[in-house]
Design a protein around this ligand. Sequence first.
Ligand SMILES: Cc1cc2nc3c(=O)[nH]c(=O)nc-3n(C[C@H](O)[C@H](O)[C@H](O)COP(=O)(O)OP(=O)(O)OC[C@H]3O[C@@H](n4cnc5c(N)ncnc54)[C@H](O)[C@@H]3O)c2cc1C
Length: 486
Amino acid sequence: MVEKDYDVIVAGGGMAGLTTAASIAHFSNQRFRILVVDRNTPDLAGRKTGSGWICGDAVSKNSLDYLAQNTGITFEKPELEHEVEGVLVYSPDHKTKVLFEGRGFVINRKLFPQKQVEHARKRGVEFAFGVSLEKLLAENGWITGVTGRGPGGSVFKKTASLVIDSTGSASLLRTNLPIPSKIERELNRDDLESTGRYIYEFERGEDDLSYFDPRYAIIHLDQYLAPGGYCWTFPKGENKVNIGLGVQKRALDRRNEKSGSKSVLNELIDTYVASNKSIKNPRLSTSPDDAGNQKGNWQVPVRRPNDCMVANGYAVVGDAAWMPRPIDAGGIGPALYGSVILGRVVADALEAHDTSEDRLWKYNVEYMHHYGYQMASFEVLRTYLQTLSNDDISYGMRYFLSEEDISLITHRKHPRFRNVDLLNPVNLVRVVERSGLARGLKYTSDKSERLIQHNLAYPESSAGFESWHKILLAELHEAQVKFGLT
Ligand SMILES: Cc1cc2nc3c(=O)[nH]c(=O)nc-3n(C[C@H](O)[C@H](O)[C@H](O)COP(=O)(O)OP(=O)(O)OC[C@H]3O[C@@H](n4cnc5c(N)ncnc54)[C@H](O)[C@@H]3O)c2cc1C
């Protein structure tokens, strides 16, 4: 057998790649050679694009606790820049606010990977910075390594028993996967959000906590300003904010056509910032910790994760695996959970000298059971919400969203929408008044029950995948037809 350069090559050293590398090292007691390859120089570790580490920067304390409990990896200030008590969501008419309690942090995305690199190095992980990967190497139906260009255009070529693709949402490696596999290669355009944000320092304007509150990450729903997405104002201090929005292209096109306008993302973000009564004289952050990261646009996948995330000698994680939650595009939490689970499975696989699809399959199963099982149902809910008007969203939040639903969403579960239940006379008038909306919400709730049961029955081995997948796709297609989207 030809000796490989490494046991594992982690392609892309962002949130997911750095966590996966450190997790494999942790679970294997540093027995294997792990190389992280990233196109950035070490001082710019984790940078997503030339315009920065584009993110809303919000992560729940629960996700960081999960990482700490499983791997001993912890973070503190300054990378945990600002602590919040929860997320507050405002309806488009600004009359209803819903609080999702739960501590979290608005992190410094530039400093966070520096700390991650430090954690990984301490666990013996090696790094190749300044290398832009171009292709996966393949032999006899297995991935065997990577090639790309290093500093000065030099050829970079390394082999490994396993390549982990964590190159983010624009992964070329997954798109051009050169072996037969159950992994889907292409993302549907409707399942991608175009997003952008600023990191601003500002003076406090009107004292209106519905626009800026240093204790809460605020989300404003508005299908005119952020069609098919939402606007956010996430505090990074008393006078500092991460502010931006995301849109779905199809919903933006529809909105532009309806209003006879040609609005583009940056114009919408600027309009949103200008409409914020509590933020006066915003200017790009002058902190050295934000240098090169004050403004920028990027994309987030918002569907369920890839239905299969492994192949012979290959696994995919983080945005490259479409892990962000469909309902709020939060991808840091899923990347941390996914990376820890993958780290454990890979450590076992290397121990057994077996990095086949069959051996790595456990990662699919465990991620689905632990985190992923709710995501298809959130994809359906997201798809439905994207079809609603501002008026319907405001009405629904006011009358149809119950305390039980809020608690369920807080615990990453699908809302039941029992307030659209016709058996309750209090609801009757409202349900009749908004019968289409009530029926739509009920449909998403019923569908979620079926999708969750189906996902919890994810096949234990690759043999059962095809029939399981067929049923999943049929369920999702039915929802698309119901919402008039096919
Ligand atoms: C505007 C915006 C706001 C967001 N807000 C939030 C939020 O508030 N909370 C939240 O939880 N999530 C948020 N997300 C999602 C979150 O940022 C991502 O889910 C998370 O960064 C995914 O991490 P990742 O490691 O998978 O990918 P990335 O962070 O994209 O990292 C990929 C790494 O791979 C490197 N790379 C890529 N291609 C190559 C290549 N060919 N060769 C070598 N290296 C390569 C990149 O340079 C980078 O270092 C937001 C996303 C956006 C765009």
